[in-house]
Each structure stands twice: as C-alpha cells, then as structure tokens.
Design a protein around this ligand. Structure first.
Ligand code: G4P
Length: 532
C-alpha cells in the first residue's frame, strides 16, 4: 500500500463512543446506527448489555455472552465510504472505570440525553472526563416522541450542569404526542415525523425552505409559526457552528430525535460523519505521535477475559494510533522489552469478529493474550513510546482479601494478578504487614471477583471489611525531607503500594484526610494515579 492509500484509509475512519446515563437510549441508538450502516438487518439484534437489577447473575450472564461474542466491545461498519468504529461503554456506574478507559481510545463522543430526564448523574461524570481531555462531543437529545423538557430549558441545563457551550444543528417541531418533525438547521430542510415503526427505516419528507407555505400545510399554521420564531431565537442566542471549535472541545452541536422511532438518527449520523474527527494525534511521554506516521504504534485500553473455561486466553484490545498493524509481523511490547507476533488479530463487526491482515489508525484490534498485556501497555514497530492517559481513579469501596483455601494460594495470586491487569479492580498492598486490599468502584465487583476467581482460577477468597474513605496517590518533591519522613512514620498504618508500586495513602475519613493535608503541606494528595 502506498502512502496516499494509507492516508486515505486513515482519513476515512471515525472512532467514537456513545455515553449516557443508563436508559437514555444508548443501545437503541447504537442499533439504529448499525441499521443505517447495513451492519444488522433488524432491530433487536444488538444485545442490551445493561444490568437491570444490579445483580451479579446478570453480570455473569452478560459476561458469558460477551465471552463468546466479544464483538459487542467494538462495533464497526461502513457508511457512505466512512469506516465507523463504535466503542462500547458500559452505562452501569459500577463499571465507570471501564468506560473512562475506553474514552482514552475514542476520537469523539456522542452524548445521549433523555428529553424528559435531562442531565443525569452518570452523564455528568462521563462528560467531565471528556471535557478534561477536550474530546469533541455531539449531544443527541433522545425520546422526542415523549413529553419532556422544553428544548431551550434543556439546552440551558446542559450548559450549566455539564459546562458545555452548545449550538443546535437541528430543532424539534413540537414534542411528544405533538411531535411533527425536526428542522435541520445545518442543512436548512425539514424532515417530518410520520410515526414510523421502530422496526425499519422510513424515509421522511424533506422541505427545503422554512418560509415555504408547504410547511404550514404539513405541520399546521400554528406549529409552522412557532418553528419560525424558535429558529429565529436559536440563531439569535446560540453561536454559529464552527468545526474548529467543536474539534477543540469548545463547542458542542446538539441534535434532536427519537432513536426508538428512528427519527432524527439519519441527520445525526450524516452530521456526525461530516464533522467528527478522523483519528487524532496522541501524546506519548516522549512526543506527540501523528496517525499518518509510517511506523505502527498502539496501546491497550481494554482486556477481556474469555469466559469459556476451555480457552483460558484473554483478548487485549489495542487502539491503533499510527502506521499499519500487520498480521504475523513482530512488534515490540515496550514494558516487557520483548518482540511479539500475532497470527490471528481480530477485527470486530456488529455480529462477528474476523481475522484481519491489516488495520489502520483509529481501528481496534483484539489480540489473543496469555498474560503479556496490562491496560495501558504500548506496542510499536520498535520506537520506545509510552502512551499517556490511562489513569486509575480512587476506588469507592475497599475490603481486605483473604485466601480461604491454603492449598490454592498460587492460583489465587495468579487470579488476582490477572484480574487487576484487566482493570476489574485495584489492588493495594499495605506497607506495614503486606496484607492485600481490593478497591472497587462499585460493590458489585467484589462478587464478580469472587465468582471469577473460583470459576476461572479454581481459587477461593473471602473479604473482610475495612474502613477507607479514599485512596490518595502521594507525591513529594523530596523523599528525604523531615516532613515526608514524619508522614511515613505517623501514617505507617495507612500506607500502601498500588500495582505499579506507587505510594498510596488510605484515608479513613474526609476529616482525617483534611487534617493530614494540613499537617503535611509539602505533600500532594492525588485522587488519580497519574499526575504531571
Ligand atoms: P440504554 O442503552 O441507554 O440503557 O437505553 P436503551 O437503549 O436500552 O433504552 C432504554 C429504554 O428507553 C428502552 O425501553 C427503549 O426502548 C426506550 N427508548 C429508547 N429510545 C427511545 C425513544 O426515542 N423514545 C421512546 N419513547 N423510548 C425510547 P425499555 O422499556 O426499558 O426496554 P425495552 O423493553 O423496550 O427494550
């Protein structure tokens, strides 16, 4: 492949994630996008991966299905000669870490908001992460076929709660029972809602001009009048769309629609492929790496255990940052300083995975792994690069983990090690006595770990409660200072090391954390494991 063809391949890729609070319509929207791409034939084909009751059995069932068909982690399809990669982001808050990590591999996101519920808790958290990373965001306001908040009020709420600067690219004509259609501000035409069934894609009627009398005939004089007024207001209040600002994360275009009724989805998709970024450059510790560079590089953002007990291997998901990834070519695993070859790299499509010979920047490949990879690892053609930006956040729940079967301590150690590499939870080892502590984002993970240790590694464990409020990663300029030595002596009981051997302070309450911070002003306490 010559350079020109390579650049064309890079330019036609769009890799993104859909984020939302559970139930806003992420699964439904994903499915409709796949229908447009011809990747699936009918609605209902995408497995809903949400955990309805928060029960472990649900999670296990989902994991089991996914283990067999990991394709749901990445959904790739082609639409108008654009290769679209949708990365799956779990909505359940107990799996927020997984979503945060996936966000390091996307080039943009679509934020789905329920018109009736407005901005919800998980949306706030996820958008904050995107904002911190200046990820370009498009907002999709869903469920317009239902009664909900007024469009202007909702956009105010989005600006205030999410700290975004929005501009609508489409605008609803009515809502709920009275939803008549959507005006496409960007293209200046109208698509009328014809109460489509949710099963197939219907063509909608287009009108070219807002002043066309045909509009009055179709939606009625009153609705037509309101729309003209509202659109005037929109142009008065909101900034003009500017792609550069959107790409820099400074402006967020808004689309309206109903994923279930397949309404406004095509406008969203067409708008998306027109404005969303192709693969973006990525910062390594050493330098900024451009996607069009000749040499391959990529990083692991997700590891998925194969839940089939007969096949103990795992899949490491690599986002390609630069160059071409080729099957059977030796690449360097930077952390292990070791060359590895992959004979069956997987690419993912809506309903299947396939072995691929070549993949390009923006693409995700799944590599079979027997324990070489950890989340955050970099793989390159040879250059020593370390991709930045997969931090761990302080867990919310902490428990001691004990071995309940002394004959199986090796299995337990291996199991814990591998589950932590996958990012299921975080492990801390107390400095004082070497006891192991598991920290998780949600209580559900403790059961998941116990279940998996037993079923995948034949080990059994028990937990013991431990009162920890937050884990803080410690930074000091001078490890030999009297202040730091005093801190280490006085707080010895609360000090631990994480998997990368970084020092962590386990504060037992917000009060004690505050007191400690006051007492040791030269020490920095971070809630995230990566800091500049
Ligand atoms: P999620 O992945 O974000 O959690 O949401 P999901 O797509 O599963 O949608 C949550 C619920 O909202 C589903 O109903 C879905 O049918 C409904 N929904 C999605 N988009 C729209 C829309 O545009 N309009 C309306 N009225 N409803 C929408 P459910 O009853 O929870 O599930 P199901 O039994 O229909 O699958």
């Amino acid at each position: 492949m010559n350079k020109k063809q390579f650049e064309k391949e890079v330019a036609r890729r769009r890799t993104f994630g859909i984020i939302s609070h559970p139930d806003a319509g992420k699964t439904t929207l994903t499915e409709k996008l796949l229908l447009y791409g011809g990747a699936i034939q009918e609605a209902g084909a995408v497995k809903n991966n949400k955990i309805k009751k928060g029960a472990t059995s649900d999670f296990m069932e989902i994991e089991r299905q996914r283990g067999i068909s990991v394709a749901t982690s990445v959904l790739a399809f082609e639409y108008r000669d654009i290769k679209i990669n949708i990365l799956d982001t779990p909505g359940h808050k107990d799996f927020a870490e997984d979503t945060f990590r996936t966000l390091t591999a996307v080039d943009s996101v679509i934020v789905v908001i329920d018109v009736a519920k407005g901005v919800e808790e998980q949306t706030e958290k996820l958008v904050e992460v995107c904002r911190m990373r200046n990820i370009p965001m498009i907002v999709f306001i869903n469920k317009m076929d239902r009664e909900g908040k007024d469009a202007f009020d909702l956009m105010d709420e989005i600006e205030q709660k999410l700290g975004l600067r929005v501009t609508p690219l489409s605008f609803p004509i009515g809502m709920g029972y009275d939803l008549k259609g959507i005006y496409n501000i960007h293209k200046q035409n109208i698509n009328l809602f014809i109460g489509a069934s949710s099963k197939e894609i219907h063509n909608t009627t287009a009108i070219d001009n807002l002043n066309d009398q045909l509009l009055d005939q179709l939606v009625g004089d009153k609705a037509a009048e309101i729309l003209r007024e509202e659109v005037e207001l929109v142009t008065g209040i909101y900034p003009d769309f500017n792609r550069e600002e959107y790409l820099a994360g400074d402006l967020q275009p808004v689309f309206f629609g109903s994923a279930l009724h397949n309404f406004g989805v095509k406008e969203l998709l067409d708008g998306f492929i027109e404005i969303a970024p192709a693969p973006r450059p990525k910062k390594a510790e050493e330098r900024l790496v451009q996607p069009n560079e000749d040499e391959f590089s990529g990083f692991v953002f997700k590891i998925h255990a194969n839940m089939d007990p007969k096949h103990r291997d795992r899949l490491a998901f690599i986002k390609i940052v630069s160059g071409v990834f080729e099957r059977n070519k030796a690449y360097k695993h930077i952390r292990l300083n070791k060359n590895l070859k992959f004979s069956s790299p997987n690419a993912f499509f809506a309903e299947r995975k396939e072995i691929v010979d070549e993949s390009f920047p923006g693409d995700i490949v799944g590599l079979h792994d027997t324990g070489n990879f950890k989340i955050g690892d970099t793989l390159t053609s040879g250059e020593a690069l370390h991709y930045k930006g997969i931090p761990s956040f302080s867990p919310e729940h902490f428990r001691y983990i004990n071995n309940s079967d002394p004959m199986k301590s090796k299995q337990l150690a291996k199991g814990i090690d591998q589950l932590m590499d996958e990012g299921v939870a975080q492990l801390f080892t107390l400095e004082l006595n070497g006891r192991k502590i598991i920290g998780t984002v949600g209580a559900l993970q403790f059961e998941v770990i116990q279940y998996r240790l037993e079923h995948e590694y034949g080990a059994s464990c028990s937990y013991e409660n431990l009162n920890v409020y937050k884990a803080c990663w410690i930074e000091t300029k001078d490890v030999n200072s009297a202040e730091f030595k005093d801190f280490k002596r006085v707080k010895a009981k609360f000090l631990a090391h994480d998997k990368r051997d970084q020092l962590v302070f386990l504060a037992d309450s917000s009060f004690s954390l505050q007191m400690t911070q006051q007492k040791y002003p030269s020490i920095k306490f971070h809630f995230v494991s990566e800091f500049e």
